[in-house]
Write a protein that binds this ligand. Structure first.
Ligand code: PLP
Length: 455
């Protein structure tokens, strides 16, 4: 079947087109939500909008305002909101057989075959897939059990600035002290090492890599500094929540070497960076490294929740029931996932993500503002690190940029260790023209914040 509408025809044609933001209907719906839902609701506290329809890389709110979407549900809607090629299969599957535990179905087997084909490096053709529950955290929990079961060990190594989810095991690997402190103790025997972040560490890229690898080496093998029984190393190939931190060359390959030397699995968390976001299927593809396992969620089902852990065949020692649960066979999301991959392939969206990412970063780098400290990224995984007039990381400046963008119909997201990074993660189907229009707004927002601060 042809992959239906081309990317250029997926969107509301007139976005951005905004009047009052947030409009009266959005405000009323937000009030209703606040009156009834949990205080834990997060996203609308920062983007106080109520949406009613999404198409491609555009969104419409309940007041009829239309937006360019540069956050794609946090790297989820890679082939765009309500992509008809995905929706067609989803509808057909929902009418026939939505749920079937882990019994074999065409939907399941076809997706597993495709994942094995696009898996990174040597995992292609030599992998097994286990579906988790629907969220990224579920995939990470699966990878923790897998590594512990395979090695018989318990210790885990992760990185500063890393985020792997909020269930107990995944939260233990995440490095976010602010949100973790109310829930400790989490899993015992987790150590965090520095993630190379030359800009923050105020050193050159090579020194940042060496510092990081030295710590991991000590944890893995130094007689007087090591964890007694490491089960694996968990790492994002490019940190997402941490602020789009792209590690310098040598880091991931160095970790690969250390894991080989000490015979522990290297688990690469591709939940945010994977599924084509960086212009390759996987973040680790940029570094020519074959992980022992990867975790996948977010973009895989293009909004239909699904997660998977894909791992080297040799690790497959846990046997029937080794990792089980009810919702590990949602055929609807599996059909969505296969269709999303086919759509990316049919429309060369990996190359498009690479090219568009270069031009977005170039336009951002051209902003002359002392408050824009660094622009980073790969493909459509872009971060702009904002600081205040004294060069200190500034969440206020980043929030002001985001607010001004929203008021002008462009939705960008935040992140970073100090919430000071403006994150741009548009659907891979965003057109060049849409990106140009959006970047005019983002650039203007950054310059405007500058003007306010300097005045
Ligand atoms: C790299 C990474 N791993 C894991 C997760 C957790 O995924 P979920 O929120 O679906 O549980 C996230 C979520 O942001 C993530 O970015």
């Amino acid at each position: 079947m042809p992959a239906s509408l081309p990317p250029s025809e997926l969107h509301f044609a007139d976005a951005p087109a905004v009047d009052e933001v947030p409009g009266p209907k959005s405000r009323r719906m937000r009030e209703r939500q606040q009156a009834t839902e949990s205080s834990a609701v997060l996203y609308p506290t920062e983007v106080p909008l109520a949406f009613r329809e999404g198409r491609g890389a555009t969104l419409e709110d309940v007041d009829g305002n239309r937006y360019l979407d540069f956050f794609a549900g946090i790297s989820v809607l890679n082939v765009g909101h309500a992509n008809p090629y995905v929706t067609e299969a989803v509808t057909e599957q929902a009418e026939r057989l939505p749920h079937s535990l882990d019994f074999p179905t065409e939907a399941r087997l076809n997706l597993v075959g495709k994942l094995e084909e696009i898996a990174p490096g040597g995992l292609a053709g030599d992998s097994r897939v286990v579906f988790g529950g629907p969220t990224g955290s579920d995939a990470v929990e699966g990878s923790i059990k897998l590594a512990k079961q395979y090695t018989g060990n318990r210790g885990m190594i992760a990185f500063y600035g890393g985020f792997h989810g909020e269930t107990s095991g995944a939260f233990s690997l995440s490095a976010d002290g602010k949100y973790k402190r109310d829930y400790t103790p989490l899993l015992a025997e987790v150590e965090h090492a520095p993630f190379p972040y030359p800009f923050r560490q105020d050193c050159d890229p090579q020194a940042a890599v060496e510092r990081s690898l030295e710590t991991v080496k000590t944890l893995l093998g130094d007689r007087y500094g090591a964890m007694p029984n490491p089960a694996g190393v968990w790492v994002e190939p490019i940190q997402g929540e941490g602020g789009i931190v792209v590690p310098p060359a040598g880091f991931l390959s160095g970790l690969r070497d250390l894991c080989d030397e000490h015979d522990v699995p290297l688990v690469v968390d591709e939940i945010q960076a994977g599924m084509g976001r960086t212009g390759e299927w996987w973040g680790s593809d940029h570094y020519d490294v074959t992980p022992d396992a990867i975790t996948v969620a977010k973009g895989i089902g293009n909004g239909h929740p699904l997660s998977a852990t894909i791992y080297r065949e040799e690790l497959d020692t846990w046997g029937p029931g080794g990792h089980t649960g009810t919702f590990r066979g949602y055929n609807v999301a599996m059909r969505a996932a296969l269709r999303s991959i086919e759509y990316i392939e049919a429309h060369d969206l990996l190359d498009h993500a690479t090219d568009l990412g270069v031009s977005i970063r170039k336009r951002l780098c051209g902003v002359e503002s002392p408050l824009l400290a660094q622009v980073r990224g790969l493909g459509l995984f872009v971060g702009a690190e904002m600081v205040d007039a004294d060069g200190i990381p500034s969440a206020d400046v980043a929030a002001a940029v985001r607010r001004r963008c929203m008021e002008r119909g462009v939705l960008v997201w935040g992140g970073g260790r100090d919430d000071n990074v403006v994150r741009l993660l548009p659907p891979l189907v965003m057109t060049r023209e849409q990106a140009e229009t959006g970047l005019d707004v983002v650039r203007d927002a950054i310059e405007n914040v500058t003007a306010k601060r300097v005045d």
